[in-house]
Design a binder for this molecule. Structure first.
Ligand SMILES: [Zn+2]
Length: 264
């Protein structure tokens, strides 16, 4: 069924949930005392992606993680942000990433940092700019070397300039795990439940090609000192037009999840 890579930390096996080999595999793992993680996700055909109003660009870190953000020296304006969790922090500098993680960029055209900052190579950034896609701006990307300072990379950070309204409460598989009084942060998804984002039709009447979620996801660690903070982050929702540009550039490593649109 699958040959584990002896040197790897883990082996990924993807099966349809109705595949008759799935219960056999789970029994085998139990018998052998092998631990496993189950991750349930929806998969879509290109035709289904083409028809979607918006797609969640979900990066799954196939080559490892890139550390970035405030602790690397990226700066933020906090005047409109929640002072408890940092949701709403507005980036004011180029994106600075950990130089030790540069290998993750090799052979890739687009990646996300561990805080969902989207990075695209210069050529892909040019294609996106020329396409006339709306709701985007670009920033420089620098690698921070401990002793030698910052070096600019031939990459651009793709930034979304438009924030959507909060998603519909009928979204499933997404919830705050440690709600902040601002109500905006600590959203997360579950391994066992496929995330399904729903929006009211009126909420997506005025979208751009690139949009940010109102909700901010992930771990929060903010005590007022930006340089020591771990901020939550919004997700990117893009139109099929942007997805096609990524696909035609040969980008891998992203799951594209159509949103559901509820009639008002
Ligand atoms: Zn907050």
């Amino acid at each position: 069924m699958a040959v584990p890579d002896e040197d790897a930390f883990s082996t990924v096996i993807t099966l349809n949930e109705r595949d008759e080999r799935l219960p056999l595999l789970l029994n085998l793992l139990k018998e052998r005392g092998i631990t496993w993680l189950e991750r349930r996700r929806d998969r879509f055909t290109d035709a289904e992606l083409e028809e979607a109003r918006l797609l969640v660009a979900w990066y799954f870190f196939p080559n490892g993680r890139i550390f970035a953000g405030p602790r690397m020296g990226t700066t933020y304006d906090m005047s409109d942000a929640c002072q408890r969790c940092g949701a709403g922090a507005r980036q004011t500098s180029a994106m600075i990433i950990e130089a030790e993680n540069l290998n993750v960029l090799e052979g890739q055209r687009a990646v996300a940092t561990c805080y969902e900052d989207l990075l695209v190579d210069e050529t892909l950034a040019g294609a996106l700019a020329q396409s006339g896609a709306t709701g985007i701006s670009f920033r420089g990307v620098f690698a921070a070397f401990e002793k030698r300072g910052h070096f600019q990379l031939p990459w651009r950070q793709l930034c979304g300039t438009h924030t959507l309204p909060p998603m519909s409460p009928r979204s499933t598989g997404v919830a705050p795990y440690k709600p902040c009084p601002c109500g905006r942060s600590s959203f997360h998804t579950f391994e066992e439940v496929p995330p399904r984002f729903a929006y009211r039709a009126s909420d997506v009447a005025n979208i751009r090609d690139v949009n940010m979620t109102w909700e901010w996801f992930g771990e929060v660690n903010f005590n007022g000192d930006v340089s020591d903070a771990l901020f939550p982050y919004p997700f990117f929702l893009v139109t099929p037009k942007v997805w096609r540009i990524f696909r035609d550039a040969g980008v891998t490593g992203f799951d594209w999840l159509p949103i559901r649109v509820e009639e008002d």
